[in-house]
Design a protein around this ligand. Structure first.
Ligand SMILES: [Zn+2]
Length: 264
């Protein structure tokens, strides 16, 4: 157990604590998610709060007391001014940050998770405009990457049961097992796969694309509203099935997107 820690971090949440303090949660590259108190961070004279803005990259110095951790030093390394200046961009960052905060346990330490979230912030900081209709796909793509990092990667190319390559028109989808099963296996082992359901090939392609492509590429292709809606439902069901802490309320309710069914 360390008693003092210096670390890079991204601030995820800030909420009032007692009279003048603020409680922060932040994601770090090597110490997972940490929670700490900023003393007097809500008083004007405190210069701590000025540096502890949301979704900034900061260098923190923290000490661990008997009951909680307290920040004693902070320097801002990168402020993401593009993100700070656009409400739409900030709302998407804040939805991703809130979902990450709810679903990642404090003792989960993973450099890849840190870099994944940082990658999303860098994309949002740099992209000039963000069509509302793409929010659902972008945040869904982030959640598929989060699922993978939490150990629930989707199987989208070979059968979950026999491992053979999936071929067109002969597969079904299984939420609980997270991927595709070939029709042969469904017929051969009906007791294992009764909960599988039909899924369109386009939705499989969209799941693969949203998980694997660069965020900038997710802005490009024309998409059908129905497909984005079905994609979003898949992501929501996967999160609900596998990730404790994820809410019953679908993830797209956190962002200023039209309901997926209404996207054109
Ligand atoms: Zn199979």
């Amino acid at each position: 157990m360390w008693s003092a820690l210096k670390t890079e971090a991204i601030i995820l949440t800030a909420e009032p604590h007692r009279e003048a303090d603020t409680r922060y949660r932040a994601l770090t590259p090597r110490h997972g998610k940490i929670e700490f108190i900023g003393r007097g961070a809500r008083k004007g004279k405190a210069k701590l709060s000025a540096h502890l803005s949301l979704y900034a990259i900061v260098d923190l110095e923290i000490i661990r007391g008997a009951r909680q951790m307290t920040v004693i030093g902070v320097e801002r390394r990168e402020a993401f001014s593009g993100l700070a200046n656009s409400l739409e961009h900030r709302l998407l960052a804040s939805a991703a940050g809130a979902l990450l905060d709810k679903t990642v346990k404090p003792d989960f330490e993973d450099l890849d998770l840190y870099e994944e979230f940082l990658g999303l912030l860098r994309f949002l900081d740099a992209v000039p405009s963000l069509p509302l209709t793409r929010n659902t796909l972008l945040l869904g793509g982030f959640l598929l990457r989060l699922l993978r990092l939490l150990g629930y990667d989707l199987e989208l190319t070979s059968c979950l049961s026999c491992k053979d390559d999936i071929v067109p028109l002969s597969f079904r989808w299984h939420d609980g097992r997270g991927g595709l099963v070939c029709t042969n296996c469904v017929l051969k082992f009906p007791q294992d796969w009764f909960a599988s359901r039909a899924i369109e090939e386009e939705i499989v392609m969209l799941l693969r694309f949203a998980r694997d492509a660069a965020y900038t590429d997710l802005l490009r292709p024309a998409l059908k509203a129905d497909h984005v809606g079905a994609f979003a439902s898949c992501v929501h069901d996967l999160m609900r099935t596998h990730v404790p802490g994820y809410t019953e309320s679908p993830y797209w309710h956190l962002i200023p997107a039209m309901e997926p069914r209404a996207i054109s």
